[in-house]
Design a protein. Structure first.
Length: 199
């Protein structure tokens, strides 16, 4: 039988390695090489806190009170839609997308946006607190070993995504590449927002 450490790593990596709002944001910051380390740290620490919360037993509490998720559901849907519209605006105005001309965003603004994309998404709670928390507690005395594997996967993913994206910077020297990326982000964010509000 595999170690809970390995199972935790694989379970978390499978959940986190999907194209979502948070990952799209980390990817964009990585390509711009703007505040990458703080963003990676925030995403990783957030996952550590959420996974630890699930292992400590709060996943069952959230499952028993779905009303709490409904609040996050509609707030998250509004935020995702708004962020998607901002991405659409960037895609529509390519002059604002040229890296050499772009005004760097302030660290506080970047971190607030990253935190909102993380904590206003109910699926984050379902994946980390509820699902990973439940899986971890199936290992009873070794549940924290499972958790260690899960948070390791989170750290590896966000570090790879954030710093690896910088290798694509040459491709994104062309404003059209930014238009395409932001256009895709806009469609995805608005789509996620609508899906979140209607499910």
């Amino acid at each position: 039988m595999s170690s809970p450490l390995v199972i935790g790593f694989l379970a978390c990596f499978t959940l986190i390695a999907t194209i979502g709002a948070q990952n799209a944001f980390v990817l964009r910051q990585g390509i711009q090489r703007e505040h990458v380390l703080p963003v990676v740290v925030l995403c990783t620490v957030s996952d550590i806190a959420l996974i630890a919360t699930g292992i400590a037993g709060f996943g069952a509490l959230i499952s028993a009170h779905p009303g709490a998720l409904n609040v996050a559901k509609f707030g998250g849907a509004a935020f995702l839609t708004g962020y998607g519209l901002l991405a659409a605006r960037r895609a529509w105005r390519p002059s604002a997308l040229t890296p050499s001309e772009a005004t760097p965003a302030r660290l506080a603004e970047v971190l607030v946006t990253c935190a909102a994309l993380t904590f206003l998404n109910p699926h984050v709670y379902l994946d980390t607190v509820v699902l990973l928390g439940t899986l971890a507690n199936e290992h009873r005395d070794e549940r924290w070993l499972f958790g260690l594997g899960a948070v390791t996967a989170s750290a590896v993913w966000f570090t790879t995504l954030g710093f690896g994206a910088g290798r694509l910077r040459g491709l994104f020297a062309n404003p059209w590449s930014w238009r395409i990326l932001d256009g895709l982000i806009a469609v995805m964010m608005v789509g996620l927002g609508i899906a979140l509000a209607t499910t």
